[in-house]
Design a protein around this ligand. Structure first.
Ligand SMILES: Nc1ncnc2c1ncn2[C@@H]1O[C@H](COP(=O)(O)OP(=O)(O)OP(=O)(O)O)[C@@H](O)[C@H]1O
Ligand SMILES: [Mg+2]
Length: 207
């Protein structure tokens, strides 16, 4: 059985990740692939319970290390229970946020050193890295405006604009540093144009 590939979807709040996930899945299925779609933090029963703790607006601010460790705790569960078995069975896994979100939010956003995050990445993931990362890039102001139009702000969405500017910048830096893995989408465009970019990118994976 050929091992499947891991595709992660990243970008700031409101960039359009979740909106476009079904479209990406459909484009991949057109290539006769079996797809598992999932999300972080979450993706498993335990992981979704951890997600509730992480995003609940009602909880007091937690220490940044606590937040980082909860992210990786949920990720460990996700990898062992869901992602690894799917990849081994030949499925392609489409994941709405993954470890690069920890570098962007807990690293650039909160100020935890990237080296520390890299230690946890090695510990929890071993050598596993995404095969492709689709970065939905949009300025923080536009993204946050879209996200807040969905309704009540979660714990992250209550951060100030500088936080999201740092998050976006970190994603762009990772894209620059990993050009073979990253595909950057101009997510400020309308949905039809975003999907045209996605079609082109996905076609390029099979060219
Ligand atoms: N290209 C677009 N143009 C205009 N509005 C968009 C576009 N893409 C998504 N939206 C809208 O913006 C809002 C946020 O989109 P979505 O939930 O997909 O963002 P997200 O990247 O998943 O955010 P989060 O990180 O908070 O989960 C939704 O109401 C969606 O309909
Ligand atoms: Mg989303």
């Amino acid at each position: 059985m050929t091992r499947g590939k891991l595709i992660t979807i990243e970008g700031v709040e409101g960039a359009g990740k979740t909106t476009n996930l079904p479209y990406i899945q459909q484009q991949l299925e057109a290539h006769k692939l079996r797809i598992l779609h999932t999300r972080e933090p979450g993706g498993t029963e335990v992981g979704e319970a951890i997600r509730e703790i992480l995003i609940a607006p009602a909880l007091p601010a937690m220490h940044q290390d606590t937040e980082l460790l909860l992210m990786f705790a949920a990720r460990a569960e996700h990898l062992k229970k869901k992602i690894e078995p799917a990849l081994s069975s030949g499925k392609w896994v489409l994941c709405d946020r993954f470890t690069d979100a920890s570098y962007a939010y807990q690293g650039a956003g909160r100020g935890i050193s990237l080296e520390r995050i890299a230690q946890l990445e090695g510990w929890v993931q071993g050598a596993l890295r995404p095969d492709y990362t689709l970065l939905f890039d949009v300025d923080a102001h536009t993204g946050l405006g879209r996200a807040l139009s969905r309704g009540e702000a979660d714990r992250f969405e209550q951060e100030d604009i500088d936080f999201f500017n740092r998050v976006r910048q970190q994603y762009l830096t990772m894209a620059d540093n990993n050009p073979q893995r990253y595909r950057v989408i101009d997510a400020s465009a309308g949905l039809a144009e975003v999907q045209q970019q996605l079609r082109h990118i996905i076609a390029g994976m099979f060219a």
